[in-house]
Design a protein around this ligand. Structure first.
Ligand code: ATP
Ligand code: PRP
Length: 211
């Protein structure tokens, strides 16, 4: 049995056509069902539905051989025990630094100000600001980062931006790109060795579906 870990929402929705291209069709829809394990048209493949941030953990420990996770989530996780053989080109967005529209970020950085930065992506933010030599106090949040500068919790945020609608709606502006983000197919390293005969064809058909 091969287990594929997916999160519901955009990762599940955008992986579905690639899965279909790879000849795998999940039975059931995680949006309308409370089931966490979905069978597929293939007796030897099943899908488990987990939180987006938990996908690398399931694959790292081999509870799932395969998974689909955003580069944002993988960078925070660290990628231990995982291969990342394929950029699926889905769930595309950018990791950005954003501030209130009236805030002069460049000037604050130039003056060496110490900035309070709220984010779900503490590792990514720490590395980014350290590389730039910007002094920051990081504040860990689990969502709605855009609220932090509006309430005085932080001067800036590090968050994902796609259309920019969320920033605009909250009177914020992006001032620095940290990295482009897209979802990756991930594979448990040990499983790929032990179960290569079963897993490699699935990887190959995913790669063909992406092309
Ligand atoms: P969790 O449930 O763990 O809090 P989440 O709510 O961030 O996760 P999703 O919103 O489904 O989960 O996001 C899953 C992935 O999709 C993210 O890790 C990121 O790679 C990508 N993503 C997030 N927001 C966007 C967006 N606005 N546009 C495109 N891709 C996005
Ligand atoms: C993400 C992210 C931003 C938003 C950016 O949130 O944390 O808040 O998307 O997207 P935008 O630039 O297109 O506005 P979330 O996963 O909640 O996005 P969703 O609202 O699309 O679900």
């Amino acid at each position: 049995m091969i287990t594929l870990a997916l999160s519901k929402g955009r990762i599940f929705d955008e992986t579905l056509p690639l899965l279909k291209g790879a000849g795998i069709v999940p039975r059931g829809d995680p949006e309308s069902s409370r089931k966490l394990i979905l069978r597929t048209n293939r007796r030897d493949v099943r899908v488990v539905i987990v939180r987006a941030t938990d996908v690398p953990t399931y694959v790292q420990y081999g509870a799932a051989e395969l998974g689909v996770a955003g580069k944002d989530v993988l960078d925070e996780h660290g990628g231990q025990g995982l291969y990342q053989p394929l950029d699926l080109g889905i769930a595309r967005c950018r990791m950005m630094v954003a501030v209130p529209v009236g805030f002069n970020y460049r000037e604050a950085v130039r003056q060496g100000a110490r900035l309070k930065v709220a984010t779900k992506y503490v590792q990514t933010a720490r590395e980014h600001f350290a590389a730039k030599g910007v002094h920051v106090d990081l504040i860990k949040l689990y969502g709605s980062m855009e609220l932090a500068p509006l309430t005085g919790l932080a001067d800036a945020i590090v968050d994902l931006v796609s259309t920019g609608n969320t920033l605009r709606a909250n009177n914020l502006k992006a001032v620095e790109e940290i990295a482009p983000v897209s979802a990756r197919l991930i594979v448990n390293q040990a499983a790929l060795k032990v179960k290569r005969v079963a897993i490699q064809p699935v990887l190959d058909s995913f790669a063909a579906a992406v092309r």
